[in-house]
Design a protein around this ligand. Sequence first.
Ligand code: GLC
Length: 815
Amino acid sequence: MTETPRAGRGAQSGAVLLAGILFSPPSTAAQADGYTFLGALVEFEETVRGVDLRCQPGARLEVSFVDPGTVRVTLDRPDREEVVLMAPLVDLEPGRVEVEIVEEPDRILLRSTDLDVALERSPCRVTFLDKEGAVLSRDEPGLGIGWDGDEVRNWKTIDEGERFFGLGEKGGNVDKRGREWELWTSDMYGYDSETDPLYQSIPFFIGLRDGRAYGIYLNNSYRSRFNLGAGNHRYYSFAAEGGALDYFFFAGPGIPRVVERYTELTGRMPLPPKWALGYQQSRWSYYPGDQVSDLARTFREKRIPADVIYLDIHYMDGYRVFTWDPERFPDPEGLLAELGAMGFKVVPIVDPGVKQEEGYVVADEGLAGDHFVKYPDGQVFVGSVWPGRSYFPDYTRAPARAWWGGHLERLMDQGIDGIWNDMNEPAVWGKAFPVEVESEAGSFKRIRNLYAFYMAMGSYEELVEARPHERPFILTRAGFAGIQRYAAVWTGDNTASWEHLELAIRMLIGLGLSGVPFVGADVGGFIGGPSPELFVRWIQVGALTPFYRNHTAIETPPQEPWAFGKEVEAIARQAIELRYRMLPYLYSLFRESSRTGAPILRPLFWHHQADTTAYRPEYEHQFHLGEYLLAAPVTRDGARRQDVYLPEGRWLDLATEEVYDGSRTVTVDAPLDRIPLFLRAGGILPLQEVVQFVGEETAGPLRLVLEVFPAVGGSFELYEDDGTSFAYRDGAYRTTLFSLTADENGFELVREVIHDGYAVPDRVVEVRFHAVESPPDEIAIDGRRLSEEFSYDVERRVLTVRVRSPGIWQTITVR
Ligand code: GLC
């Protein structure tokens, strides 16, 4: 009894097919008319990590543990042989899992340390249970698994209060229940909250039943549909228009654990270059070159920090990819060097469509190298996009990826710093990219959803190969499960409206829950122009989103931070400065995400799963940034006060020093220049000085500020490295754990270097203890009483302690 490797199923499939003939209803008409459902168990076989069931009519269902909390279920239909999808999965190297198999009269039980799977015999149905015996998810008894033509589908029972999250980039509420969602990567200019599908296709969702979370990832790239209780009260279901029914089930019970397991399978975001955390300025399009350098200079003159400028399609010569317009950009190298000297990184747009034109080197090379997708009869496909009639590279082919990568490398050699992949759904005028067109990995029925994934994968891998010591930065519009391994994602062509500001937050939450942490929306809105107030509120929200880019469409009014008058400019600067001050904190969260898959921007319930208020739609614009920081940005026109739901704990309003008890809604002041931010008791928030760009060397002594809300427990791990290379993978980083203890006499902050592989510059550490009720009697550093270097602000109740040279202190004790 050995596990059947997925690749080598040929020998067995004959038997499966034969069984299919024996058991399936003879009439094909009956089949054409509806679903065939998985029937009773015929026999089963134990495998290394699970079982193979033979179920009527001649189907095989493989159920096997990937790790103790992850189970894979794969259907082998009697009438089709399907290849299972590999690209989104990073590591199917099986670890050790002890699986106990118990035969009971009406079911077979598979048990690991974390999860039980009950396989009912008649008919064949799958139920997942936790170790207390609670049902997490269960095949709908009457429907279960079925197929109809090319379609495969799984129905599961739906619980009264069951909630659903994820599915990547979706509109609607954060809870996806009550709608049927489609996954089919689509260019949706001007979408709204109801539009579906959108650009990303991520067939992963989290279910929450009776407070216990689980996850399901449908490993299938065909057009798929997730009915999460739409139009019926009996079930939820997931279906794909073709391919194998192949899904993974992840145990919780915590939502973080589910996402951790899912990203174990589909991969995690590698650390991006640190500059990609900075503020980024874009528009369709900045040109000519002089305008771009003016723009850069204006940021520096106005002392508004910024790291990146984007070049949209007008930098190209007639929208020919990998060219420069000779008049608008006569000297790209010179311009890029000038911008680089000012501390700017430049990211140009790269669309997949290659202009069909004889003599255009990229087209000629692509044809000669057989790099473009074709119709089944061999004719190269031509569709229209920005350059007019265009060819489309077949990124599923390794040689095509290498060829594309060579062009990217040349762009890098000219001085660009990252790549912005757009129109990669792939978009064509008329929308309907023909599904019969073929790639090496199959027709577009199979690979449309994967097109952008392969494009990003190729770009990332080729850039790493060309520059092994530089972390690539790629931004993509479309993608599939696993896209987080290669690219940051922005939410496409949104609109400058208040509705969109809130929608953006919900979409970013959904993406984060789907394993994609490095996400942002066009700040200010892409379509149309924001009012000054909307711009203010958006640039404030953006300061807290993982990817922070202001972008707007062609022919919209100017949208730079200074475009709305002096007052807005000052507030925008303040928001952007906050972003830069928060870099040590944010970068540490990025690092956490790269290790666990946790989102950076998290819904309230990520940390408060049992709190039903944390799921309420009226608080969906609030979010956690890490465990201790809660943001309640203003997203309503004219609002100067804001209702804020504070979950359990005590919370410090960082603007007013007011302390609130949680588990209730409070109303706080929210003047135009304020982003309501709350630090939970036990929270430690590391900040730095404002710099004009991430890599700027500051003249004076560097200062690290720790905003601390003392409590009995609480800690934060600060992560630091060189910000650009992969040396951290060989240990060249530093982690410092700050932790808090408290008793009736006072409190203590302990600093402990956990990993010391990267030298940080000598700097002053300023610790600001908040909500300190009275002036301290005694402050000691490493047991030595301190007489100076501290101050106590009676009115604000903030105690500030300054410590030079962080290498020498371990504890600050306050009594
Ligand atoms: C698409 C992109 C948008 C870009 C435009 C022109 O609409 O989503 O960001 O500005 O194309 O390239």
